[in-house]
Design a protein around this ligand. Sequence first.
Ligand code: 4AD
Ligand code: MG
Length: 430
Amino acid sequence: MSVRDILEGRLTEKEVELRGWLVTKRSSGGVQFLMIRDGTGRLQCTVHKDEVGEKIFQKTDKLTQESSLTLKGIVKVDKRAPDGYEVKVRDLQVIQLAAQDYPLSKKEHGIDFLMDWRHLWIRSSRQAAILKIRAEVIKACRDFLDEEDFTLTDSPIFTPSIVEGAATLFETPYFGDKAFLTQSGQLYVEATIAAFGKVYCFGPTFRAERSKTPRHLTEFWMVEPEMAFFSFEDNLRLQEEMVSYIVKKTLEKRSKDFEVLKRDIKPLKKVEPPFDRISYTEAIEILQKNGYSIEWGEDLGLPHERTISLKFEKPVFVHRYPARTRAFYMQPDPVDSKVALCADLMAPEGYGEIIGGSERIHDLKLLEQRIEEFGLPRKAYEWYLDLRRYGSVPHSGFGLGIERVVTWICKLKHIRETIPFPRTMTRIYP
Ligand code: 4AD
Ligand code: MG
């Protein structure tokens, strides 16, 4: 039996047994009001002295915040209760009486303090709502791709090669040799497309980000679909469908959590295909008109992306970035080889990049040339070049950052609340 069952009205006037944690307690005359949390919701439970007797009432009186307990009682409809239902307690057993000094009992705490107590903070209703939405976003990603006939093929975490640039690599000893923690599973899903056609990997990825920004973690989770025979344009279409699906499903399934967050969901309801597309060159023009002193060829930073994103109601693709600022594997545009067939998807409301994707180079010679130009160690990429030797086909793919999507959907100021235990440059505890 759960709090959710009670709140959904299925157990009215029935005897129930609940197991959970004490959130708050107050007393008034001969009645104790306990707010109980059991993982499915919160419910008021009342202990009346004249009904339970002195012994149980005394036990209740000693309960501390976060004590774990089992209680039995009858479900009552009660307009005065916060959710319209309450349990009138008949019996109560303490599983563990929590220590007196629950560190998060005050209403307001600074963010560093909360992060130090992250292992307890996740119990709060706001943090729980965010993590529920995160779980739904992940489920939506997987459901969407599974329904579209993709095969999940996970990529390794220990890798011999760089995917997204040497500056953000984590290195680790590996039996007398060295290995890198993966920055992206992309190169490996490029291998599995030849076995399955449409594939994806989903797992943690690692970047030694030195920047302390509200949208960078050193460990984050990425969904990376890769599709044989998909053109650049096919890739964008899949992305807009997938992002729209994620938003729709999350709104459908987690409306209560959006209420807890006080998230205005009107902007999210507008998210449906097609999304606008602007080129990097157009983006630079927009930025210059908005007073930025940015030149063609420079990378876009958060303020730039924010400015672009605020000009659109729905997510917007910025495509065809200068090839030399982008990864080695990106297919140059046949119309203008200065730019790559790549696009970043910018979330609206000022959020910026949530997806990076591209068409990949499928020509052996060109790929060899790019590996050399980028000064990458050829030996580590021999297996990747083999993919261009044996049945190479045009193909495209993208990586969607789970925490970036959750930050936007929940409309958070900082990415650190979107993952149970965030890892940043300055935080590896708890
Ligand atoms: O744009 P990125 O670097 O692209 C790739 O890694 C490609 N290999 C993906 C692919 O095509 N298969 O990263 C993809 C996404 C970004 O758009 C962003 O959402 C997220 O990963 N991301 C981060 N999220 C949190 N913290 C960080 N440090 C992130 N770096 C990238
Ligand atoms: Mg990117």
